[in-house]
Design a protein around this ligand. Structure first.
Ligand SMILES: CC(C)(COP(=O)(O)OP(=O)(O)OC[C@H]1O[C@@H](n2cnc3c(N)ncnc32)[C@H](O)[C@@H]1OP(=O)(O)O)[C@@H](O)C(=O)NCCC(=O)NCCS
Length: 151
């Protein structure tokens, strides 16, 4: 598996990965990704296997805080460490830019993603009622980052 930073030409790939990973969710189109990737403070990673994209993560930094906007792995490639590797690489990049706290929202019923974030050191910071529609709450999670070691 290869993990690399996102490139300006990636939005079509990101839109396709997002649609495959969230089939019943709100699709984020190419234009939405083009706008997000071009924002100052955007930090993202793409995972590929055999030259084919299999997952991505996209975060947005503002001063010394950041938010994970989206993390997705193709359904047939899950359970093999790709999501965790993407997240860890993104967190390393954010720490290298001086980020000290990372937030994200995850659906309360998204068991797999919640387990991944818990294993990666994220902790509960709040609940947003009905965030994803009636009866579907979001959990706000946070993780502190340490500055990278010098030298
Ligand atoms: C969440 C998602 C990115 C995880 O990707 P993945 O490549 O399968 O995750 P990994 O294989 O790296 O899993 C890392 C850890 O997360 C946990 N985990 C991941 N999926 C899990 C599941 N379905 N059930 C329980 N634990 C799970 C496990 O602790 C796992 O560690 P382990 O393999 O040692 O048990 C993937 O399931 C996905 O794309 N889901 C749809 C989109 C989504 O919900 N994104 C998050 C929105 S906030």
């Amino acid at each position: 598996m290869l993990i690399r930073p996102l490139a300006p030409s990636d939005p079509p790939l990101l839109a396709a990965l997002h649609a495959a990973a969230f089939p019943s969710g709100e699709a984020w189109g190419e234009n939405a990704f083009a706008r997000l990737v071009a924002l100052p403070g955007a930090v993202g990673r793409l995972a590929a296997e055999g030259g084919a994209p299999v997952g991505f993560v996209l975060a947005q930094r503002a001063a010394d805080e950041a938010e994970i906007l989206s993390l997705a792995v193709l359904p047939e490639r899950r359970g093999r460490g790709i999501g965790r590797a993407l997240l860890d690489s993104c967190l390393d990049g954010l720490a290298g830019q001086g980020v000290g706290r990372v937030f994200l929202e995850v659906a309360a019923d998204n068991v797999g993603a919640r387990a991944l974030y818990r294993a990666a050191g994220f902790v509960f910071a709040g609940r947003r009622r009905d965030y994803y529609g009636a009866g579907r709450d979001a959990l706000l999670l946070v993780r502190r980052l340490s500055p990278p070691c010098a030298g």
